[in-house]
Design a protein around this ligand. Sequence first.
Ligand code: ATR
Length: 284
Amino acid sequence: MPDRYAVIGHPIAHSQSPRIHGLFAQATGQDLTYEAIDGGGQPGGFARALENFRAAGGRGMNVTLPFKLEALACADDANDTARLAGAANALRFEAGRIQACNFDGAGLVRDIMVNLSMPLAGADVLILGAGGAARGVILPIAQVGARRMLIANRTADKAWQLATEFAPHVATADNCCAIAGAGFDAVELAGAPFSIVINATSASLSGAAPAIPDRALAGARLAYDMVYGKGLTPFLRQAQNVGAQRIADGIGMLVEQAAEAFAWWRGIRPDTGPVIEQLAKPLV
Ligand code: ATR
């Protein structure tokens, strides 16, 4: 019998995870199945679906919106990244326990450093947004040695709160990353150049761009939009127009976080390059 894995969310039909994990399993010769489960919109739906899947012998799950917070809450053990993010995107069922991780940040870091060959060590990073997506990537970016991180958000209060909450965790002994929060109109955005600008807002999903000054993007070596499959988003277009050296969407992050989960479950890391190539859409 093949081992069973799944992704759970609501809605879930759009999820690329079954395709990605299917390609990983094929390439690594792992005997497993991977299905999509709709946790439904009713209270308790996630917990019920999770228990049914475990009872039927499920070994692990990816978790997507809107269940990432519930996934962390139901876990017996969680790693630091998940705990600080307040959310989990991968679960493993082992020896009667539910273990939780959040691989979104690891996926982003690997995509930037390995696939796009942009150093994060010593980098000045601007993160746009202060919601769940931003939360999940702050610690992993600090852990690979970013020098400075500015969290900027439309609602400045939320950015300040997030920076205050993360400050003690990102300024560790062997890596002193400075973190601050700001609104989009703050002087810091138009002043110092950032080497990497990451759009972690959900603006691109509604065809909008975060209203940041051109100067925040002008000197960037990389402008990265965490959404994928939307082509040239208004954020990426702005970056391109003001001369950012490179633009990328989040397809690499999606595939890399999937590879992290696959490795955690199966003990073997699949080659991500061919999968990213199959799924990537042109940025036009
Ligand atoms: P997610 O889990 O995708 O991060 P979220 O927690 O709802 O979703 O957070 C959405 C983020 O996108 C917030 O930072 C939000 O800004 P506000 O806190 O000011 O609401 C940001 N966002 C959404 N639409 C935006 C837009 N059109 N322009 C700028 N920021 C936007």
